[in-house]
Write a protein of this length. Structure first.
Length: 254
């Protein structure tokens, strides 16, 4: 689904492209507010934000079909599901704290029955009482779920959980930014990683897009590096093997 907006926005304008009866298109991150508004304006259709995975159904967490929505929230628990945010021990966290998304459903119905011939892997993510560990991170505010990042992409810095997706949306709104990609950068003082993933191609200056401010302490991104890159995957992402030697943007001599 991540390809829908990126692909359609790259097509030549067709005078009949708004001649349809589609009311909504379900979608999942990554997408910033400016891109969302541009797509909806061009094609005359609303994007319905939602969340799902191979192990569950699309819409396990979803915007409601009618009524209030809170972009960029991915919505609330979908029909047949319960959602909670938990720490690494599985303890439910209060609203506003970042943790792993746990989905409750019925194995074999709204959740997978298990990984084929791999009971160990199944037991690692699926509890006997129907809670599935997604390995994705989010937080909840007023009952609405806000996606942060995949576990492998979440940046841990001095106890702060920083979403690479949010950093991407912030940086790509700056004039002259063409591509954004996430890389791991060791920190000798504060162990962790930081970086940027590819979000798409932009040509020429553009005004800053509207986006939700980054969570966490101010100035969490203390350094940035520029890497030469080549064309990415068909889905519009950069492969790790395509990253060249970095140049420090804040100190060009390094």
């Amino acid at each position: 689904m991540a390809m829908i907006v990126a692909t359609l926005m790259r097509q030549p304008v067709d005078p009949d492209e708004r001649n349809h009866q589609v009311r909504e298109i379900h979608y999942f991150l990554p997408l910033n507010a400016k891109e969302k508004e541009a797509f909806e304006e061009r094609y005359g259709v609303t994007l319905l934000n939602n969340y799902g995975s191979t192990e569950c159904l699309i819409g396990a967490i979803t915007d409601p079909p009618h009524g209030e929505r809170r972009w960029p929230s991915i919505g609330q628990a979908g029909p047949g599901y319960a959602v909670r945010i938990a720490d690494c021990q599985g303890t439910e966290l209060p609203e506003g704290q970042v943790g792993e998304i746990l989905l409750h459903g019925v194995p074999g119905v709204s959740l997978m029955a298990g990984y084929w011939n791999n009971p160990e892997a199944t037991a690692e993510v699926l509890s006997e009482d129907g809670w599935y560990r997604t390995h994705d991170f989010a937080y909840v505010e007023d009952g609405w779920v806000y996606f942060m990042d995949r576990r492998i992409d979440l940046i841990k810095r001095s106890g702060e959980s920083v979403s690479s997706a949010e950093v991407e949306c912030t940086i790509e709104s700056l004039d002259g930014v063409q591509e954004v990609a996430v890389i791991g950068v060791p920190d000798g003082v504060r162990p962790g990683r930081q970086g940027l993933r590819r979000r798409g191609t932009r040509r020429g200056p553009r005004p800053p897009g509207r986006h939700r401010p980054l969570r966490g302490t101010p100035g969490v991104l203390q350094s940035a590096q520029l890497r030469g890159v080549r064309r990415g995957t068909p889905a519009g992402k950069l492969r790790q093997s395509q990253q060249a030697t970095p140049r420090n943007l804040l100190n060009p001599s390094h």
